[in-house]
Every structure is written in C-alpha cells, then in structure tokens.
Design a protein around this ligand. Structure first.
Ligand SMILES: *[C@@H]1O[C@H](CO)[C@@H](O)[C@H](O)[C@H]1NC(C)=O
Ligand SMILES: *[C@@H]1O[C@H](CO)[C@@H](O)[C@H](O)[C@H]1NC(C)=O
Ligand SMILES: *[C@@H]1O[C@H](CO)[C@@H](O)[C@H](O)[C@H]1NC(C)=O
Ligand SMILES: *[C@@H]1O[C@H](CO)[C@@H](O)[C@H](O)[C@H]1NC(C)=O
Ligand SMILES: *[C@@H]1O[C@H](CO)[C@@H](O)[C@H](O)[C@H]1NC(C)=O
Ligand SMILES: *[C@@H]1O[C@H](CO)[C@@H](O)[C@H](O)[C@H]1NC(C)=O
Length: 387
C-alpha cells in the first residue's frame, strides 16, 4: 500500500515503475478464475461499423471458476492487450508502457474447468460494455463474479470497441475512444448488441463443446454498463417479444443496467432488475445533468410488473467509475485529473462496493441465496426506491 501512495504523490511519470505494485485487487471468491476467448456467429445486416454493414461474428471472453492454481506467470502477465493499453495511454496522455505493464490478477488462460458432477453450475451471466472500453477493461468486476462461481460471458463487438483481438491473433481496431455518437448510431449499436446476445443464447450448447465448460442454460442473467445496461433491458424485451414460443425467452431470469440511459422504446421488463447508478444518475435537479429515462423506467416497472426491481445510486461515483478506470484513477493522477466522469470515491472502496452490489443482486435474483452480499440489495415486489 505504501508504494501505491508513493506513486500517487509522485505523479504519472514514474507510474510505469510503480505499476507492478499497483496490481488490480484480486478476485475475492473461493475459486481461481480461468479465461478463454471464442468467436460466435451472428448476422447483423444493418451494422453501422462492419465492412459492408454486415457483421457475421462477435467475440466472447469467458471468465469461469476453476480450482487450478495460478502460476507465478499468471500474476505477472499484463492483463490488457498491448493495443488496448496503448489506446488508453494515449487517451490519458500517459507515458507509453504505463498501462501495458499492469499485471493480471492471477487469471489463468484456458484453465481446467470445475467438475460440476460435484457441484451444480451457478447461473451464466452475459455482459456488454459501455460504448468505448472493451470488456477486458471490466476485469475487476467480471473476474470477481467468476471467482464466486458464476460463468461470465463478456461480449465484444469487433469494429465497435476501440480494439479487440480474436483468439487467432487477428486484431481489429474499431472506433476511436473519443468518437462522437449520434442517436441513430447508438440505436443501431444497441440493436447489434441485442442480436449478439440472443445469438449467444442459441450458441450456448456449441460454446460448451468449445470451452469444455458446463454452462447453466436455464438461469441466465444479463447486465452491462451504460449502453450495455440499456442493451440488457432491450434484450430482455426482445426475448419476450420475439421468442415467446421458445424456451430461450425464459432463460433470461434477471437483468441489470449499470449507469446507462435507456435507449429505444421504454417498457417494463418481467424479470428482476437492478438499476445501479452513479451518485446523481436520474436524480439531478439540473436538467443538463439529468436522465429522464430512469424515473420513466422505474415508473413502468412500478406499474406493470410484480418482479423485484431496485434503483440504487452509489455515492461518490460518476459514469466512468464503473470499469477498471475507476480503479486506475487511484494510482494514476493523470487519469483522475483528465477525466471529468470519475468521482471522488477511492478506487479500493469503489471496487468493494460495486462488486458487492452486482453479485448481491445476482445471488438473490438468480440463485435465490444470500442477503444481497451485505450491500442492502434486498426486498421483494415493487421498487426499493433511491438509496
Ligand atoms: C438485428 O436483428 C433484427 C432481426 O433480425 C434485424 O431486423 C436488425 O436489422 C438487426 N440489427 C442490426 C443492427 O443489424
Ligand atoms: C453503413 O452504415 C452507416 C450508418 O448507417 C452508413 O453511414 C454507411 O454508409 C454504411 N456503409 C455501407 C458500406 O453501406
Ligand atoms: C481470425 O478469426 C476471425 C474470426 O473468426 C476471422 O474472421 C479471421 O479471418 C481469422 N484470421 C486469420 C488470419 O485466420
Ligand atoms: C444547460 O446547458 C445550456 C446549453 O449548454 C446552458 O445554456 C444552460 O445554462 C445550462 N443550464 C444549467 C442549469 O446549467
Ligand atoms: C492530452 O494532451 C492534449 C494535447 O496536449 C490535450 O489537448 C488534452 O487535453 C490532454 N488530455 C488529457 C486527458 O490530459
Ligand atoms: C442453474 O442455476 C440454478 C440456480 O442456481 C440451479 O437451480 C440449477 O440447478 C442450475 N442448472 C443446472 C443445470 O445445474
């Protein structure tokens, strides 16, 4: 800890020397975490960013529980792809190499899966990110869920995220991190994410074959950050609308929107749902800083569903805190100072609270166990209002 504070005091120039000491907090659960990447097929014929506007595949990063022990190398290997790290170094004007040396929190590529003959698989979680960071920038959250037994499938959409790398090594640069979005594009991208998630649900049996994992196909939770959170709600609605005659529709049993404005037609979802917002999300009296879709969604839930739903605002957080960037800011003042969308909450506290709410919700909504991880996400029927 002392070294971490020292690097805070000295500023970004020496960050890359201190970085090895500023490792991400490791996952907190009883399991170690395995990591695999796979390509899944989809057909999006109106994709705004793929060549010729037709996308045919997307990337699934699988975070899963394992009892295999990490090797020393698993604690030293950089956790970000070098190309992703370089894009974020440029975004925050950091010395080249400063993010690229951050070590993995013990994640084990292609680790041996758990033997589920002895313990049932916990539910499967689908995650899609904010418009910019690829899912590897959510390692803190996703690896923690896997360490507690969830199998997390994180979806990246090539040509949208700034950079993604296929398992065969092919790298694809997408939009610049600071790309300016208009609403039609946001809606089209949300549509690709809905289609990708529905395609992934159909693909789960194939993915079991490819990964050697036993996936829980009847209990699936879907969540995301920002546009990913809106897409989670839109996916639940699309599954209901388009798949009422298929078992697939009932596989999605819970959803969560982390700090995202809802895009597209707004209506209530039938599954338990958590709206996990930054401090001021949906509550600010300043019309320039408010999001009318949050009260509208809450009102729709209140009126039309008996499923549990909850709206929580986390004090001291802003929009970009809900990714690893919210932790990086603690050790790299240049990130904290260069990003208006990071709040005052300390990185370590953020990670602790954020992880507890997300897992607490899924434990209650999907597994039917726990009391919300001690984070206060408990209750039944109707909204819990603004915390
Ligand atoms: C998503 O799928 C629907 C239904 O097949 C299709 O109409 C829509 O164009 C697709 N979205 C995109 C962005 O291609
Ligand atoms: C792809 O879609 C975008 C946005 O809808 C459009 O501006 C672009 O012209 C399209 N490109 C091609 C090759 O069709
Ligand atoms: C790598 O995989 C992607 C996705 O399956 C494919 O489109 C691409 O052609 C592959 N590249 C090589 C060099 O095989
Ligand atoms: C909201 O934004 C507009 C345009 O940028 C500005 O003129 C106005 O003063 C802002 N209102 C508040 C309450 O900040
Ligand atoms: C990075 O440097 C550029 C050019 O000097 C400057 O315009 C920009 O505001 C800086 N960004 C950050 C996050 O410090
Ligand atoms: C999926 O998860 C649920 C909730 O934990 C559990 O009841 C169910 O048995 C699991 N499915 C399988 C096939 O193990």
């Amino acid at each position: 800890m002392r070294i971490l504070k020292l690097s805070t005091a000295i500023a970004g120039l020496v960050w890359h020397q201190a970085a090895a000491s500023a490792a991400l907090p490791p996952p907190t659960g009883p399991y170690h975490v395995g990591l695999q990447k796979h390509v899944a097929p989809v057909l999006n014929e109106a994709d705004p960013f793929w060549p010729n506007n037709i996308s045919t595949s997307f990337l699934v990063t699988v975070y899963y529980p394992t009892t295999q022990d990490p090797s020393p190398h698993d604690w030293q290997r950089p956790y970000l792809d070098p190309a992703t790290a370089a894009l974020y170094e440029a975004r925050y004007n950091l010395t080249t190499g400063s993010l690229s040396v951050l070590p993995s929190p013990g994640l084990i590529p292609n680790a041996k899966p758990l033997d589920f003959h002895r313990s049932k698989p916990l539910p499967t979680l689908f995650f899609t990110p904010r418009r910019r960071p690829p899912t590897e920038v959510y390692t803190l959250l996703l690896s923690d869920l896997a360490s507690h037994g969830y199998c997390v499938l994180a979806l990246n959409h090539p040509y949208e995220q700034p950079f993604v790398r296929y398992p065969n090594g092919t790298g694809i640069y997408g939009l610049p991190i600071l790309y300016a979005w208009d609403e039609p594009t946001v809606l089209a991208v949300q549509s690709t994410r809905v289609n990708d998630s529905l395609a992934l649900l159909d693909y789960l049996p194939n993915l079991e074959g490819e990964t050697g994992l036993e996936l829980n196909k009847t209990h699936v939770g879907i969540f995301g950050h920002s546009l990913g959170g809106s897409a989670a709600a839109a996916t639940l609605l699309a599954a209901e609308r388009e798949r009422h005659d298929r078992t697939a529709a009932s596989s999605f049993r819970a959803g969560m929107n982390i700090d995202g404005t809802f895009f597209g037609p707004l209506s209530a979802v039938q599954q338990p749902f958590l709206m996990l917002g930054a401090e001021a999300h949906g509550t600010s009296p300043d019309p320039n800083d408010s999001d009318a879709t949050w009260p509208a969604f809450a009102a729709a839930q209140q009126k039309t569903t008996s499923a549990y739903w909850c709206w929580v605002n986390l004090r001291g957080t802003r929009h970009h805190d809900f990714s690893d960037i919210g932790y990086w800011k603690q050790a790299v003042p240049a990130i904290r100072d260069g990003d208006q969308q990071l709040g005052s909450i300390g990185g370590e506290r953020l990670v602790e609270v954020w992880r507890a709410y997300v897992r607490g919700f899924f434990d209650v909504a999907l597994v039917g166990e726990g009391d919300g991880g001690g984070a206060g996400v408990v209750g039944g029927g109707g909204g819990c209002g603004v915390a």
